[in-house]
Write a protein that binds this ligand. Structure first.
Ligand SMILES: [Zn+2]
Length: 203
């Protein structure tokens, strides 16, 4: 959904046409040098017993519809976020701000977008980690909208959890304390990750 945004959006008719014809078969050998052939869609997607051309086409159309829904909601989300920013400066009851926040988060997840608050904090942590010259590690977003960053060492794993509205939580396995290190500040969190990774190298 990110790299395709520059190209003009194809029509549904184009989309159906693209994913309605077979491409060239691909051939591959297994370890015993038996050669197999596999059919493909003309877009290049390998097909097979688990994925017929019809199923593949249906998924592409579904993904297309979901992407249009997400785009459409993004416009509304920008307006809601502007409203949320205005409400933060006025004398607005906390439960109204919480309700608005919930509407933004729930609908973002519903249309397959990320929780914007978690996404922003993930970007801030990624930058703080990069500024310290640390390795990227692995990071991913979970279905509940939270994000997880993992640095795996030989005997040692440092994990940062980002949950909506909570502080960053740093967990160190197997050495860390039972109560994770927490901070609101991505730079403090990145420094803690650096300290733990340096300690982990000495194992
Ligand atoms: Zn295709």
């Amino acid at each position: 959904m990110t790299s395709t945004e520059e190209r003009p959006t194809p029509s549904v008719a184009d989309l159906i046409e693209i994913h309605s014809a077979y491409g060239q078969d691909i051939e591959f050998d297994d370890a015993d040098r038996t050669t197999y052939t596999q059919s493909t869609c003309q877009c290049g997607m390998p097909l097979g017993a688990h994925l017929s051309l019809e199923t593949h086409r249906a998924r592409e159309v579904e993904a297309f519809i979901n992407a249009r829904l997400a785009e459409s909601f993004l416009t509304v989300r920008n307006q809601l976020q502007q409203l949320a920013a205005d409400m933060a400066t006025d004398n607005v009851p906390a439960h109204l701000r919480a309700t608005l926040d919930q509407i933004i988060v729930e609908n973002s997840l519903r249309v397959g977008l990320k929780n914007p608050e978690v996404e922003n904090r993930s970007a801030a942590l990624r930058k703080a980690v990069k500024d310290l010259g640390l390795p990227h590690g692995v990071d991913f977003f979970n279905h509940d909208g939270s994000a997880t960053f993992i640095w795996q060492q030989f005997h040692h794993r440092v994990t940062v959890y980002i949950n909506h509205g909570g502080p960053f939580e740093v967990e160190d396995v197997p050495h860390g304390p039972c109560i994770p290190f927490t901070s609101e500040d991505p730079e403090v969190v990145a420094a803690e990750v650096m300290r733990l990774l340096a300690a982990g190298k000495e194992d």
